[in-house]
Design a protein around this ligand. Sequence first.
Ligand SMILES: *Cc1c(COP(=O)(O)O)cnc(C)c1O
Ligand code: SF4
Length: 381
Amino acid sequence: MEEWQQLLVTGINHASQLPGEWLVAREGVDQGDVEEVFPIRINSYYKSLISDPDGPIGRQVIPDPEEVMDFDSPADPLGEEEDSPVPAIVHRYPDRVLFLVTNQCPIYCRYCTRKRMIGTPEGVVPRKEVERGIAYLREHAEVRDVVLSGGDPLMLKDNYLDYILTELRAIPHLEILRIGSRVPSSLPQRVTPELCAILKKHHPLFMNLHFNHPDEITPEASKACNLLADAGIPLGCQTVLMKGVNDQTEILKRLFQKLLTIRVKPYYLYQADLTRGANHFRTPVATGLRIMRELQGFTSGMAIPHFVIDAPGGGGKVPVLPDDYLVSMEDGDVVLKNYEGRVYTYPDVAGEDVRGVGQAETPPGSGVCPNGGSGDSRGER
Ligand SMILES: *Cc1c(COP(=O)(O)O)cnc(C)c1O
Ligand code: SF4
């Protein structure tokens, strides 16, 4: 057994294995009740990062009775099942798809937007479904970008992952492949030289990692990221904004800055979804906007991700920005407010009708992030 497999086996896989000081019950509900709905996995490595069960690392993985107390939210908040032409594929955007190749993860995050399927017997992705997914991609020439996700694709055995990537690479219209993975932040021992040798064969391959707190950037995680970067894989990070975990500017600034030092570029900061069993992590959208404002200009642009809300019901990711950078756009003058709150005027060039910029009528696919007047991103879907 490899080291990473050992760390999974020796970790916490049942509520009965939780240390006494991590036990909580509320209104007669305990973590054993939670486990019946949402599986538990805290591998030994990630467990070793937890000093306080109520701290930012503990909260991400220790089951909370709150999870089974919110019945009002949808199990599939992003409407992924409606956009699923075959079981393992979510095809929502014109040129790229999600390919869910497994429902296993190195840890089971309590805030997961796919907790309806993660680690459950019903959520398993059989090889037949993976093959159907590959066949779908072969037939859909409009797809040029495939995001392998799940679950965590790096939980697959080396040779199975190699098989999937090889099949995808043989499809001429697939220009880039991507892997979304929590492994480097929560089970970095899985990133072995053998794995990197496999990944390297399938370039251009990108990876988006998932770090939520600077305490996840350990020497082990740094080593894993360096191995991946040395294999030529551009690394991004998708972070979820969560109450009691990382909803402070200083924490996120430190996270994003430290990510750059391990060659990971912050990509998305997600507003937490409306997921059943995960609502206790949600923060007001205004918190995310304020944090973005407190980052922009105060640290490297490289360290700043896009803040996005994945629109409930399948609207996709919508970028949102604080609404006052663009003060006005009138009579040939673009009035801007910088990060210090100072106002500047940029004399514009004529030739484009500015009426409608930032309005709901912005045509789909215009590619413009309308950070204008009204200041939101209505229209961009
Ligand atoms: C996030 C996501 C993608 C990838 O989106 P990018 O903005 O290109 O990273 C593709 N399909 C679905 C359904 C998604 O949720
Ligand atoms: S690793 Fe990702 S998919 Fe798996 S439980 Fe965590 S958030 Fe969900």
